[in-house]
Write a protein of this length. Structure first.
Length: 179
């Protein structure tokens, strides 16, 4: 047995000790973590011996639920800021201090370029190459994009990337590693 196949087998033996109903929940929770997301969570599930379809579905659900929470929180925050600005513009005496601007990360700069060039669909689909879907969603909603539009395109992106990764990992384990 080659070293990679042995490593996978040892990991699967470890995962086998977890009750069957808990395995997809662990993958779902992993999918909710930024930078892990659906892709890496599905990969861990598949390598752990979970059915690839079940691993992909659980990972995508976890990723989408976290994006949904971020979108709802960001939307509420944006509404509060816009309402406060409108109240301030109509005679209220609220003073808002400007915070010093921090330089944007390379990932955020790349994301903004994609947003300008490809719109919300392109930024949602390409965004995971630069930054997590949760951050992409927050930036889109904070910028004024409708929640429904962001959620639709984030769902499409999550399903797309999780599916591509799941198929790739399954094929690699099946045909290259022989597990």
């Amino acid at each position: 047995m080659n070293p990679l196949a042995e490593l996978v087998q040892n990991f699967q033996d470890l995962v086998a000790q977890v009750p069957e109903l808990v395995k997809p929940l662990i993958v779902m929770l992993a999918g909710a973590v930024p930078f892990v997301e659906g892709e890496l969570a599905a990969t861990v599930g598949i390598v752990g011996g979970i059915n690839p379809v079940l691993a992909a579905i659980a990972a995508a659900i976890g990723n989408f639920v976290s994006v949904l929470l971020v979108v709802m929180l960001t939307s509420r925050a944006r509404t509060a800021v816009v309402d406060r600005r409108n109240a301030s513009a109509h005679g209220a005496t609220m003073v808002m201090e400007a915070e010093p601007a921090q330089p944007e990360s390379k990932g955020r700069v790349r994301f903004r370029k994609w947003l300008v060039r490809f719109g919300v669909p392109g930024a949602s689909i390409l965004g995971p190459l630069a930054i997590p879907t949760q951050i992409t969603s927050a930036m889109l909603v904070a910028g004024g994009t409708s929640r429904a539009w962001v959620l639709l395109w984030q769902a499409i992106a999550i399903v797309l990337w999780t599916t591509v990764t799941t198929i790739s990992v399954w094929a690699a384990l099946t045909f290259l590693v022989g597990v």
